[in-house]
Design a protein. Structure first.
Length: 207
């Protein structure tokens, strides 16, 4: 049912909130009305925080994770195993793996997966910089931690074919993560075990 608004500004603000993922118009209206009840300083701080995030947040020049500086905290951590690189689709997957507390290496964020239906090909991903790391001998193991969907498996296989001739171990998550699952929705225990029990990627298709 169409909501009648007494204010065009209110309606326009609700429209903007409703463009956010998972936010319907009822939820958007509730959020906007909540902000209207707040004092000017609180709302100004809320708005400025979003503007600062958009203007100042960076992409880590090493792994393409989001960061407040040129190099993210994970890549800059001297205690992380720099020779083990976990390849993930998005920054949300970095957060998912970190939450398991079972991984001490670093990451490489592809920025997507190969999906011809969506017009996403290898050139749209950060595969070039991943290959450069391998060529330079900067890592000893690549862990392919992509979603267990057709697109994820296609991307895994493409990366394997591209890197298999280099001196690097290529492994993938154990199938504790169900077929068809997005990584970010896997529970922490299952995901953690899948990382610890990872297998050689070539073993997944030599059956």
């Amino acid at each position: 049912m169409q909501q009648n608004y007494s204010s065009r500004l209110l309606e326009e603000t609700v429209d903007e909130f409703a463009t956010l993922p998972g936010i319907g118009r009822k939820t958007a209206l509730r959020l906007v009305l909540h902000l209207l009840k707040q004092d000017d300083k609180t709302v100004e701080h809320f708005g400025n925080t979003i503007l600062r995030m958009k203007a100042e947040i960076k992409s880590c020049k090493t792994c393409h994770n989001i960061s407040d500086s040129e190099v993210c905290n994970i890549c800059a951590d001297p205690y992380r195993d720099k020779e083990t690189i976990c390849v993930v689709e998005s920054i949300r997957d970095v957060m998912s793996v970190e939450n398991t507390q079972q991984y001490s290496g670093v990451y490489h964020v592809l920025g997507g997966i190969i999906s011809p239906m969506d017009g996403i090909g290898p050139a749209d991903l950060t595969l070039g910089s991943l290959e450069e790391k391998v060529k330079k001998g900067a890592c000893s193991e690549i862990i392919l931690a992509l979603s267990t969907t057709m697109e994820g498996d296609t991307t895994n296989f493409y990366i394997y074919r591209r890197l298999k001739d280099f001196q690097v171990t290529i492994s993938t998550l154990a199938r504790g993560v169900a077929i068809g699952d997005d990584l970010e929705y896997a529970d922490e225990v299952t995901l953690g075990r899948s990382i610890l029990n990872r297998t050689a990627f070539e073993d997944t298709f030599k059956k």
